[in-house]
Design a protein around this ligand. Structure first.
Ligand SMILES: C[S@@+](CC[C@H](N)C(=O)[O-])C[C@H]1O[C@@H](n2cnc3c(N)ncnc32)[C@H](O)[C@@H]1O
Length: 277
């Protein structure tokens, strides 16, 4: 029977599990996050009838189901906090500056990537704002959205959201694009159809091939979980994937300082855009 009790992780088990998570998703856990691992994984261990992390680590490493278990593990340990129109100034900058620049340079096929999109609020916000600005009529715009976590991608593809996702969304936008569905809100199918979701690890070298050539990348609030070598690999992937002129938007607390010199930083007042050089 599954109980809510917490299984304690020993120091050496924590080091080994942290290493496994790092190798598979690049996410680094500080020692102070031991409780988080215990809290998030104890239920899973009990479902598998394990009473120690040692048994779980063995299962992750050697069981025939280790690939499936890795997906379950990563779904448990990622932080998926997000909401509609988060750090909106960058999205407005893309609409008012980055996309007009692409249009002025003659581009009529524009590709945008929301890398680490969580449950879809970020790429859907981009789609709503593009629609508000009438930009879908001016170019063929494709929005790709990826995340390592398959559970949040399922939520994204259902397009049903609770009130918590609407912090700071103007009521006229919410009323225009969402229909009330019990205690939740269902996104308009026309906006849902503008975004193509797929699962992907930002550290997977095959990602460049999977996403193809891009014009704009949003990668916000994920690099904070990575160490410097992992950040460098991801930024290198973005540099290879972006065409010219290529725009990269990071989260407010993220920077390319000491990570890459292959982008020019521009402060536009409401935030920062990194331009490929
Ligand atoms: C805090 S959310 C940010 C969501 C959105 N970009 C925003 O700013 O609101 C971070 C997301 O990064 C994803 N993530 C973590 N490691 C990843 C990796 N190695 N590859 C792809 N996505 C990853 C998590 O699953 C999570 O959904």
């Amino acid at each position: 029977m599954i109980t809510a009790s917490t299984i304690k992780i020993k120091d050496d088990e924590f080091v080994e599990l942290k290493d496994i998570i790092y190798k598979n998703a690049a996410i680094s856990f500080a020692d102070s996050k031991k409780y988080l691992i215990e809290n998030r994984l104890s239920k899973r261990l009990q479902e598998l009838n394990f009473n120690s992390f040692k048994d779980y680590i063995y299962y992750l490493k050697y069981d025939a189901k280790k690939r499936e278990e890795m997906e379950i593990l990563l779904n448990q340990v990622t932080i998926n906090e997000t909401y509609f129109l988060r750090e909106r100034a960058q999205m407005d900058h893309m609409i008012k500056t980055a996309i007009p620049e692409l249009l002025n340079s003659g581009k009529r096929n524009i590709r945008i990537w929301s890398a680490a999109c969580s449950s879809g609020e970020e790429p859907y916000s981009i789609a709503m704002l593009l629609n508000e600005a009438g930009l879908f009529a001016k170019a063929s715009i494709e929005i790709l959205a990826t995340d390592i976590n398959t559970e949040v991608l399922d939520i994204a593809q259902k397009g049903i959201y609770r009130t918590i996702s609407f912090r700071g969304v103007p009521p006229q936008i919410q009323d225009k694009y969402f229909a009330k569905d019990g205690f939740a809100y269902k996104l308009d199918a026309n906006i849902m159809n503008k975004v193509k979701f797929f699962q992907g690890n930002l550290l997977n070298p095959m990602m460049t091939t999977k996403v193809g050539r891009l014009d704009v990348i949003f990668c916000r609030n994920v690099l904070i979980y990575f160490d410097i070598p992992a950040k460098q690999k991801v930024i290198d992937l973005f540099h290879k994937s972006l065409g010219m002129p290529g725009a990269l938007y990071l989260g407010h607390s993220e920077t390319l300082n000491k990570i890459s010199e292959a982008f020019k930083m521009e402060n536009f007042g409401g935030g920062i855009i990194y331009r490929k050089i």
